[in-house]
Write a protein that binds this ligand. Structure first.
Ligand code: ATP
Length: 353
């Protein structure tokens, strides 16, 4: 579903035309110690993330109080096309960050780069201060950054439980030395199976554990992907369009699961086109267009941002046509039909008109 950039919230800046670089300065009562006090009070993670982000200016590249992922100068080109060009981006620890943007903005490519599924032309990025460049996906996952895919990658010919076990951090065959000690890996396998079954219960997939993943519905596959991602005890979970193709009944359940990840202390970055979902669960929203980050801020700031509205309108292919556009399309169609009839035969012979 294409994102709807129409304003829904109200901007503290009071300026609906505020562009990406015209973010409000921190308010007079901006309080640098607020996040630390919130931690000390033992506030719920959702509240902590919101407190940490509350007084930040809505500025592209704005430093976060406690960044878990930091991206610097990352570019990726395909031939002449610059798919990603991100100067500086920080993701706040413990928050849910929504990554939005029109089709082709570079969101999935950025996900691919950050998780080792693709390599950039330039740039560096880090997780918890540790550079992640040049690492393979399984190494990135082992460090604590996992992802799901827009089109789910559940292996159809494996059972649900087998799919889960593939997500486990310590596979029995992973280490040659462990494989030489059957008791170690049997114990590990048992622990992994128990963990998988726990997660399947939590995601209400336990009754399907012996079914082939190929028999699951689209929504159930999304749940399976999320559950499998949790098998490796990640710190950062990156979800690529987790709600796409999911029926409304499962949407609420998926949204609940995403919020639960934050409650358990994980940082979530998710790509989503449905702005209702973005508004509902994001603590912070990053907007990309044509490979660049064009805006950042809390959800209510985004639909007010002129650059964001322009980016979406520029790419909004399914907006209703204006009457001028309708006339133009009709004229082009008529011209095409006439051209088609011209070379040979009568209209009825060629087109049935
Ligand atoms: N492997 C590739 N080869 C060539 N071009 C690519 C490749 N992968 C992505 N692109 C191009 O890079 C640009 C960014 O694509 P990307 O899939 O990252 O966008 P997106 O924001 O995730 O889009 P969507 O919301 O439609 O999934 C697009 O123009 C796309 O066609």
């Amino acid at each position: 579903m294409p994102a709807d950039p129409t304003p829904h919230g109200s901007s503290p800046a009071g300026d609906p035309a505020a562009g990406a670089t015209r973010a409000p300065a921190p308010g007079p009562d901006a309080d640098a110690d607020a996040p630390a006090r919130a931690w000390a009070r033992g506030d719920a993670p959702a509240r902590l993330a919101q407190t940490a982000l509350a007084d930040l200016p809505w500025q592209v590249g704005v430093p976060k109080p406690d960044p878990v992922v930091v991206v610097d100068g990352v570019t990726r080109t395909f031939g002449g096309l610059t798919a990603v060009s991100v100067d500086h981006l920080e993701i706040q620890r413990g928050g849910i960050t929504g990554l939005i943007g029109p089709n082709g903005a570079g969101k999935t490519t950025l996900f691919n780069l950050l998780t080792g599924f693709d390599q950039p032309n330039t740039g560096t990025w880090s997780f918890d201060g540790r550079p992640l460049g040049k690492l393979a996906p399984h190494q990135v996952a082992r460090l604590g950054v996992v992802r799901t895919f827009q089109l789910t990658k559940a292996l159809s010919r494996l059972t649900v439980l087998q799919n889960m076990l593939l997500g486990a951090k310590d596979q029995s065959g992973e280490s040659f030395f462990k494989a030489l000690l059957p008791t170690t890996w049997r114990g590990q396998e048992k622990a992994n199976t128990e963990k998988a079954l726990d997660l399947l219960r939590r995601f209400k997939l336990d009754a399907k554990k012996d079914d082939f993943a190929g028999t699951l519905s689209g929504g159930q596959r999304k749940l399976l992907e999320m559950a499998r991602a949790l098998m490796s005890d990640p710190k950062v979970v990156m979800l690529d369009e987790p709600m796409a193709g999911v029926n409304p009944a499962l949407t609420q359940s998926l949204l609940g699961h995403v919020k639960d990840l934050r409650e358990e202390g994980m940082s979530v970055i998710f790509v989503e086109h449905d702005m209702d979902v973005v508004r509902d669960i994001s603590d912070w929203v990053v907007v990309m267009a044509a490979g660049r980050v064009i805006a950042e801020g809390p959800p209510e700031s985004i639909s007010q941002n002129k650059d964001v509205v322009d980016a979406y309108l520029g790419a909004h292919h399914d907006a209703p046509l204006t009457s001028e556009e309708e006339d133009r399309v009709l004229a082009e169609s008529r011209a095409a039909i006439i051209a088609e009839r011209a070379p040979a035969g009568t209209p009825s012979e060629r087109t049935g008109l």
